[in-house]
Design a protein around this ligand. Structure first.
Ligand code: ME8
Length: 729
């Protein structure tokens, strides 16, 4: 731990706004929050950045014509921010790439590249993967990293001379000047930078050596397109570059997004306070990212910084993926778990039942602690790990309800009954010789502290938390061996002294455990802290205070901290995520247009007497019947698969400013991908009685033609622009 206060600047990726957050996004942001809290606890001047990445082709397409992309981005960005706030995440800036402060900073970076000759204008044809916003090498039809065919892009673009940075990057990374962890990711980056030496040698190509003597293939790194001219949703490239072309270019979304790490702390601002902030915090101490965006952070980003004459970040750590049902949890696969499910289930069902008077905010914070602990204890940081509700409950009950919570409650309750709620007054050192178990536990406390300190920069959360679990178990074992409940019944002085010592040492251990767990579970450790009687003092890891537990401290009011979670909670959460089977198989398509009812929109009103069938066997209706059906124009703003429901998509539709947003379940998953729907204008039946399907309420129906023998749905749409909420008459 640093002896003096140091600055510490850390970042998460800024998330795309094309879909709502899931626990994969929460994973990175939680880990960053734990690191930020730990540094603050150590007294470091800490700055923690997160935010949203809002420009680019993907967002432009998602927004489509009717919702301006800005409006669309606003709607999704606020969902991320609201969730982080519900979870009590302590970011210092929530940076959005559409923010007025970001745009001049990103332009400044581009201009710096241009002025230093790192950017030139050219035109080319390449393959582009829109969902990852990256160029891909290969012929037309190449499959991109998202598993779909790439698109051919022929454009005039500005190019960044990435090829100039092959050797500088190799040297910086090999020498660890730019630290990349874990090693697997570092080696991946290095091998990409080196190229295939064996093959190149066989072809007679030039092989060179880096400063550390490692061979590499010269010219392996290609220049990178850093502007786009075929769409407009991005930051305009600045002068003087802009005047060198007739086309309107916007910055490549990755250059724009990476620049946020600079602009979030004041780069590009005229305000002296912002400039001072930049001077203080840059370079970043840590960029935390998921492993799939290592190349952008470990190759593009340092090259962009070198080209602008800016210092490099100190460290880039790439963690693994959360898997759900065996594959990477991702919005396009539809196998996501929403953090809100865990907040609501653990918060309301476990904490809310124990403390009915608690506020929703408290229940959220409690559940956020449970998720924080689980993700960082269960999955070795850097590796992929599976998420399951069962594992979450098992780990919670074992480590928190039975482990930490039980230790706190049995110790403090005994102090309450035996010593009128005051931490016993005892001079531990004088009696050490008589109390081997107590001495052993105190040695273990020091060992754990040292081990944790030795690992402070490894971000090995699993190991850190395992050490704390070990100390909890050792303290429990100490209590069982000393049996203070028996000592309490023996009234002689020797046994009373021993009782004091045992409870004092146990309290001391709980204090240490609580301090160590605080960055991981800030809400619940705060409660333990209050119960220990230190409510108003700050948790502090300063040297000398670790083991000091002032005797005579009056305990706060006691109550269980971690009520047991029932195994049935897993089913509740599963139902919240994977609602139950619909009653009939035709129920799902009926939410769009029943495939068996050709080309009809809504379920017709009940047949009126004496009316003849009009087409096929549809009865005639009157104009009044038709007027009952409220058909309106809506725009799909969220589209997600529903796990284990192959046919259904969950949509959220925007009906313009006069109506609230609503959720509709549509049986079109076999025909439309969620991404292709976002931003699309559709016709909905707005006054259909809501109905529950798979545990979710469908508040309307999307109108579609039903074609072919299978009744494939084709969504109704308009050729002209129509405003949201407009009624069809
Ligand atoms: O890539 N497991 O944004 P993004 C673990 N905008 N982490 C996961 C995850 C999973 N299953 N799914 C997502 C972008 N993440 C760019 C970044 S930065 C200048 C621009 C986390 O919305 C993880 O941190 O696709 C991953 O790197 C990030 O979300 C990707 O978020």
């Amino acid at each position: 731990m640093p002896e003096t206060a140091e600055k510490f600047y850390l970042t998460t990726p800024i998330y795309y706004v094309n879909a709502r957050p899931h626990i994969g996004h929460a994973y990175t942001t939680i880990a960053a929050d734990v690191i930020a809290r730990r540094h603050r606890l150590l007294g470091d001047d800490t700055f923690f950045l997160t935010g949203t990445d809002e420009h680019g082709q993907k967002t432009e397409r998602s927004a489509a014509a009717a919702i301006p992309p800005q409006h669309f981005a606003d709607q999704i960005s606020i969902q991320f921010r609201d969730l982080w706030d519900r979870m009590g995440l302590t970011y210092d800036i929530y940076n959005r790439t559409t923010d007025v402060k970001h745009i001049p900073g990103a332009q400044k970076l581009f201009a710096a590249h241009y002025e230093r000759g790192a950017i030139y204008l050219s035109s080319y044809t390449s393959q582009y993967c829109v969902s990852e916003e990256i160029f891909v090498e290969g012929p037309p039809g190449t499959i991109g990293p998202d598993g779909r065919p790439t698109e051919t892009v022929t454009e005039e673009n500005f190019f960044f001379r990435l090829s100039d940075y092959q050797l500088p990057l190799l040297d910086l990374i090999e020498s660890n000047t730019l630290h990349i962890a874990p090693d697997t990711r570092k080696n991946e980056v290095l091998s990409f930078l080196r190229g295939n030496v064996v093959e190149a040698r066989a072809q007679g190509l030039e092989i060179a050596r880096s400063a550390m003597g490692i061979e590499y293939v010269k010219g392996e790194l290609r220049d990178l397109s850093v502007s786009r001219s075929s769409f407009t949703w991005g930051i305009p490239i600045p002068e003087p570059a802009a005047s060198t072309t007739d086309k309107k270019h916007v910055m490549y979304v990755w250059l724009d997004a990476l620049a946020n790490y600079l602009t979030g702390i004041g780069y590009g601002s005229d305000d002296p306070a912002e400039q001072a902030k930049f001077k203080k915090y840059w370079p970043a101490d840590l960029h935390l990212v998921g492993k799939e965006i290592t190349r952008q952070h470990c190759i593009y980003w340092p090259a962009f910084l070198l080209a602008a004459g800016l210092p490099l970040p100190k460290s880039i750590i790439a963690h693994g993926w959360l898997l759900f049902e065996e594959s990477k949890m991702s919005k396009s696969r539809g196998n996501v778990v929403r953090t809100e499910t865990i907040l609501d289930a653990f918060g309301d069902e476990v904490y809310g039942k124990q403390f009915p008077e608690s506020t929703k905010a408290e229940r959220d914070l409690f559940a956020a602690d449970v998720l924080r602990y689980f993700l960082l204890r269960e999955i070795p940081f850097g590796q992929d790990g599976s998420f399951s509700f069962d594992a979450l409950i098992t780990r919670y009950n074992a480590d928190l309800a039975n482990g930490y919570g039980n230790l706190v409650s049995r110790t403090l309750n005994m102090i309450n009954t035996s010593f009128e709620g005051k931490i016993p007054d005892v001079e531990v050192r004088h009696s050490e010789g008589q109390d081997e178990l107590g001495v052993a536990l105190r040695i273990k406390m020091l060992q754990v502290t040292k081990n944790i300190e030795d690992e402070k920069d490894s971000y090995n959360f699993t190991n850190y938390l395992a050490q704390i679990s070990g100390l909890i178990a050792a303290t429990d074992a100490y209590l069982s061996a000393e049996a203070p409940w028996k000592l309490a019944k023996l009234n002689d002085d020797r046994n009373q002294q021993r009782l004091k010592r045992v409870l004092f040492i146990a309290a001391e251990s709980i204090k240490l455990i609580t301090i160590c767990l605080d960055p991981f579970m800030p809400f619940t450790t705060g409660k333990v802290w209050t119960q220990l009687g230190f409510g108003s003092t700050n948790l502090s890891l300063e040297k000398g205070q670790l083991t000091a537990c002032p005797p005579g401290t009056k305990l706060g009011p006691l109550a269980p901290i971690f009520p047991r979670a029932d195994k049935g909670l897993a089913q509740i959460m599963t139902d919240m995520e994977n609602p139950t089977t619909p009653e009939t198989t035709t129920a799902a398509p009926a939410e769009t247009a029943a495939p068996t009812a050709p080309a009809t929109a809504a379920t017709p009103a009940a047949p009126t007497d004496n009316l003849q069938p009009a087409t096929d066997n549809s009865p005639q209706i009157t104009i009044d019947d038709f007027a009952k059906v409220d058909l309106r124009i809506a725009q799909i703003v969220v589209a997600e698969r529903i796990p284990k429901a192959d046919k259904l998509l969950r949509l959220e539709v925007d009906l313009g400013p006069n109506f609230p947003r609503r959720q509709i379940l549509a049986g079109i998953a076999e025909y439309y991908t969620p991404e292709s729907l976002i931003g699309r204008k559709v016709v909905i039946v707005a006054n259909l009685a809501p109905r529950k399907m798979r545990g979710l309420e469908s508040q309307g129906m999307v109108v579609a033609a039903s074609i072919g023998p299978a009744g494939a749905p084709v969504l109704a749409g308009f050729l002209e622009e129509v405003e949201l909420g407009a009624r069809l008459k």
